[in-house]
Design a protein around this ligand. Sequence first.
Ligand SMILES: *Cc1c(COP(=O)(O)O)cnc(C)c1O
Length: 467
Amino acid sequence: MRYLSTRGQIEPVSFTDAVMMGLANDGGLLLPESIPTVGSREIEQFQELSYPELAFALFRLFVGGDIPEPVLEKLIQQSYATFDHPAVAPLARHGDIFILELFHGQTLAFKDIALQFLGNLFAWILAERQESMNILGATSGDTGSAAIYGVRGKKNINIFILHPHGKVSPVQEKQMTSVLDPNVFNIAVEGTFDDGQRIVKEIFADLDFKRTHHLGAVNSINWARIMAQIVYYFWAFLQLPAAERKTVDIVVPSGNFGNIFAGYLAKRMGLPIRRLVLASNENNILNRFIATGDYRCSEVVPTWSPSMDIQVASNFERYLYYLLEGNPEKVRQAFVQLRETGAIAVGEELLSRVREDFGTGFATNDETLSTIADFHQQTGYILDPHTAVGVKVAGQLRRDEKDGATFICLATAHPAKFPDAVHRAIGSYPPVPESLRDIDQRQCRFQILPADTTAVKNYIREQLSLQ
Ligand SMILES: *Cc1c(COP(=O)(O)O)cnc(C)c1O
């Protein structure tokens, strides 16, 4: 399988090159040159597989011989052995909805599913090529810790993660900064998440610095992250009782469009679900796009579901590419339009296609908390605030539903990661899982730096020269 850019201005590359490239060199995002399909007989046969076996069956369609199959199998086994549930991602019914728990990895958010695998994949590719890599990224919380846990202690990889000093949740800060492996560098920037993001972009734009220091990226522009997320859409469907499989909607709490885009690909591959439902919080640019065809950025407002507080959804470009019939010229034009007018607008015909692909809804801040409270009262189950956004939207859609569809909501984080929101909603704190038990006592290490690109560059240079 070869990979193309949504902007159409690079030669096709192999799977491993696509993973190492991150963002395509022409500024676009990488996609497989064709979407592999699986037939209904094959999907039936998937029924017998464990989560890692299913991942292998699907990944091999995208890797296409670029990694020896026994190696691929081992990388997958290694990645999911770190999860604390034998099913990796268990599905269970609570009230009238199925919840797929994607938070059984070490940092308690769904990002572990892709970043554990990406860490192992990077390590293998670098060893093969006898190269090294320095990962640089900015985080508002979940991505940073999942990426750090994905590569801690690995040979040939260092990771530098910027977080806004004092502005991530206490649990998130402890998770990131208590990883003391010598290849992990936490930078607490005296500024906001946007400052961190801007600094990272400026450093990547300095191609000389990027090349000299072998910089690499782990955000959800990386194709391997999307690929890894396709698996649990198939998995969720296969865990449903047979009687529930007729009409299935999967609801996805969304921010950067990375998670739900993987679901879109699963559906294109042949997964027999009716609809993907995009659930937004008050930062509902994607929800408004699906409702009106107008993609227009506004200010980010802080919510109880901070990992969805995003306006520029980077993976949206991948979907736009398919919507515009794989025409990179049209994708480039759309982004020129976005730059010049602050919006991308699609006409009625395309909008009706968007609506065939996605349902949508959003939850306000108050609705997020009241959903946690109501759901807890009705079922005894504690939702985290991101998952609550999805459950709220599922409830809205179910009310309009005539043919008794089955709803699955993806649970993207463990409630213990957001104890304050839960406490405010139900008056008590969620039970603390093993991995967070002693977190307050752990030793932490981080470097505080001003929100200044030169200061961060100097720090990276200095740390690398010491190794
Ligand atoms: C990252 C994240 C999301 C949003 O996922 P996208 O792929 O950006 O749409 C939702 N919930 C949690 C808990 C997250 O960490």
